[in-house]
Write a protein that binds this ligand. Structure first.
Ligand code: COA
Length: 141
């Protein structure tokens, strides 16, 4: 493993999280920048994976109500387990603070990825920012 994951508040991780989110969601996936931004970041726990040189590779966030979101891995580093490690780190934060479950709105293409981490699909597919999504939930052991 040539990366490490840092968990911290928005004030500390904002610049690195925004760099990755702008690259992945706004530039690559064409999500309008105003939809990518919301006022929840200040109250979330944030995770960033860094390589050995301190380069940010991936990000994600956990809301106070147990929602996980904004999970993104920079394109060159996908398929190497980093997204899974960030997801597991956020689930560990939720577990440690006493949450019993986590939920997320998965882009449907990524549902098998979340499924391999214990998330089950709920309800019907819906559109958000022009991208098909499905709600998923995982119990925290
Ligand atoms: N993208 C990547 N992997 C997917 C996938 C998808 N759409 N759907 C299923 N998988 C599976 C892979 O087949 C692989 O399984 P394997 O290990 O059995 O081969 C596994 O998930 C990959 O796991 P990991 O390497 O931990 O995933 P990752 O680091 O590539 O992170 C994403 C996964 C989806 C977060 C990442 O690809 C990404 O940032 N994509 C663009 C942004 C995005 O769509 N974010 C999701 C918002 S809900």
């Amino acid at each position: 493993m040539d990366y490490s994951i840092r968990i911290a508040a928005w004030a500390e991780l904002r610049a690195d999280a925004m760099l990755i989110r702008n690259e992945v969601f706004v530039a690559e996936q064409r999500v309008p920048a105003e939809l990518e931004m919301d006022d929840m970041d200040a109250v979330c726990a944030h995770a960033i994976a860094y390589d050995a040189a301190g380069m940010p590779l991936a990000t994600g966030r956990l809301l106070p109500d147990g929602h996980i979101g904004r999970l993104a891995v920079r394109s060159r580093r996908r398929g190497q387990g980093i997204g899974g490690a960030v997801l597991q780190a956020l689930m560990a934060v939720a577990r440690q603070r006493g949450d019993r479950e986590v939920v997320l709105n998965a882009q449907t293409h990524a549902a098998p990825f979340y499924g391999s981490h214990g998330f089950a699909r709920e309800g019907e597919e819906f559109m958000e920012a022009g991208i098909p999504h499905i709600r998923m939930r995982a119990w925290l052991a």
